[in-house]
Design a protein around this ligand. Structure first.
Ligand code: NDP
Length: 497
């Protein structure tokens, strides 16, 4: 590294992408940059590998995926330390991230056969002589494009679903975290050395674009909404289906009967873990007036204990510091008040915990993804007003509710893909729950049954097992038989419900 390099900013030198720690500038590692030809070659290799991987069958794939899961558990410390070196994420946060990754790998491996495997369908009366079969077949090669903020669990979600379904994967990690991405591909190859079933390709955004156009049969993208739109446009050229896991501006509602101390603790963690660089991070709180003061005090007390350089790591992407500073300044300029941190909170590469109140709804801190350890708290009359304000966002990824009597009812009314009740972010840790957003947060699902089906095509087969009593789908049918069909239809479905 030369002295002119900005810590954390990836650079390309001599055909290699060099990634560095955002706080110290220490080199985390270097990986070869792929050009368009190399991406296409990787996808071609993956196409061959996918056939071999499919030939292993459900059980063969399951065993290998579970071995990879166990490798992650055995080397959890090494992986968390690598993530810290590359992104600045505190090691304990990295360990929790690996924990979620292990859960998804385990669940996908153990459930793929049940969710996607062949099954006989119930016969329908009008085609009683046919049996229906349904199965979900792999696409072939899936492209996975990942972000830097959770470089382990965000790719492992779609990778585990895609691999368990029988696909090979070509993975393009973020340019900020290529070394962690390469580690994932290398350790998978330790378990599955025979064929390149999981490969990583590296570079800047153009390499992600090349992957979309490389002949992959599905793309799973996790990253910002703006890049998600570019990925969709690139995939549209060849009608490649996509999953878009994009940004968020998640809200937490604190109802009148909430355990206020627990809500404050969860709000602080949900907004400030990983220095707030969390797609499902809590960025807005709506607290009903009867608990508002107590809640604000508890949040300030707890968040005030967090130390930059310890629980709060550096901001991984240097240019994000300007966005966080702009949002705080805009909130203060428009009449908001900082009850913790505030103006001057941004001291590169760190941002100290910032809690803002009375922030107008039209300020950038309330409308755009801040991606820093900041939290706004807004006083509301009741839960109805809280829901209306929480839903007033183009995003709709996750969310949270603290309360007792009405908490689940409120959770249902939030316009988002996931909600944690009496917790924050917890839904990301359950392998059997789908994960994904609505609106500008994207569409499609990873994790759980929906996440497995996302990486396979439904295949329907009918098998005749007897002669047709009421032949409909043939030119050989007689007018009398058509009348019989009408009669049967009246008998079966002619009565108004
Ligand atoms: P970006 O959108 O900047 O990048 C995401 C990935 O897309 C990177 O690998 C990037 O490569 C690649 N890319 C960039 N340009 C293109 C292009 N034109 N075509 C194809 N690929 C491209 O997101 P970040 O890495 O900054 O991640 C942070 C964002 O991700 C936040 O908005 C966050 O909310 C969201 N996110 C969403 C999650 C979810 O599950 N919904 C989970 C985690 C994060 P390169 O880095 O080389 O530019």
């Amino acid at each position: 590294m030369t002295a002119t390099h900005v810590p954390g900013l990836p650079v390309i030198e001599d055909g290699h992408l060099i990634s560095t720690n955002p706080a110290s500038g220490a080199e985390a590692g270097r990986v070869p940059v792929a050009d368009e030809k190399a991406v296409i070659a990787a996808v071609e290799r993956a196409r061959e590998a996918a056939l071999w991987w499919q030939s292993l069958g459900w059980d063969g794939r399951k065993t290998r995926l579970l071995r990879w899961r166990t490798l992650l558990v055995e080397r959890i410390q090494e992986l968390a330390e690598l993530a810290e070196l590359e992104s600045g994420k505190p090691v304990n946060d990295g360990i929790i991230e690996v924990t979620a990754a292990v859960e998804h790998l385990d669940w996908a491996a153990k459930n793929a056969k049940r969710v996607l495997g062949p099954r006989r369908m119930r016969t329908r009366l009008l085609l009683a002589e046919h049996v229906g079969h349904l199965e979900y077949q792999p696409y072939g090669v899936v492209g996975v494009i990942g972000p830097w903020n959770y470089p382990i669990v965000t790719p492992i979600g779609p990778i585990s679903g895609a691999l368990a379904a029988g696909n090979a994967v070509v993975f393009k990690p973020s340019e900020y975290t290529p070394v962690v991405g390469q580690w994932l591909a290398d350790t998978f190859a330790e378990i599955v050395p025979e064929h390149p079933v999981l490969q990583a390709v590296h570079g800047l955004g153009d390499v992600g674009g090349a992957l979309c156009r490389s002949g992959v049969q599905k793309v799973s993208f996790t990253g910002s909404t703006a890049t998600g739109k570019k990925v969709m446009a690139a995939c549209a050229e060849n009608l490649v289906p996509v999953v878009i896991e994009a940004g968020g501006k998640d809200a937490l509602i604190v109802d009148a009967d909430a355990d206020v101390a627990a809500a404050a603790e969860a709000a602080v963690w949900g907004s400030m873990t990983n220095a707030g660089q969390t797609c499902i991070g809590i960025e807005r709180v709506y607290a009903v007036e009867s608990v508002y003061d107590k809640f604000v005090d508890a949040v300030v007390e707890k968040a005030g204990k967090l130390r930059t350089g310890q629980e709060i790591g550096p901001i991984t992407m240097p240019k994000q510091l300007d966005i966080i500073r702009d949002h705080i300044e805009d909130a203060l300029a428009k009449g908001g008040r900082a009850v913790l941190g505030g103006a001057g909170a941004v001291q590169a590469p760190y941002v100290s915990p910032t809690v803002l109140v009375d922030v107008p709804a039209h300020s950038s801190e309330m409308r755009e993804e801040t991606f820093g350890p900041t939290l706004t708290i807004t006083k509301v009359r009741d839960a109805d007003e809280a829901v209306q304000k929480a839903n007033d966002s183009p995003y709709g990824l996750g969310g949270a509710v603290f309360g007792k009597k009405d908490a689940i009812r409120i959770a249902r009314r939030l316009r988002s893909g996931m909600v944690a009740v009496n917790g924050t972010l917890t839904f990301v840790g359950m392998g059997n729950l789908p994960f994904g957003g609505v609106g500008e947060s994207g569409f499609g699902r990873i994790h759980g049954e929906d996440g497995l089906r996302e990486f396979a095509r439904a295949k329907a087969i009918t098998v005749r097992r007897a002669r047709s009593l009421l032949p409909a789908m043939t030119f050989e049918r007689t007018p009398a038989q058509v009348q019989q069909i009408v009669k049967a239809l009246r008998l079966l479905y002619g009565r108004k419900p």
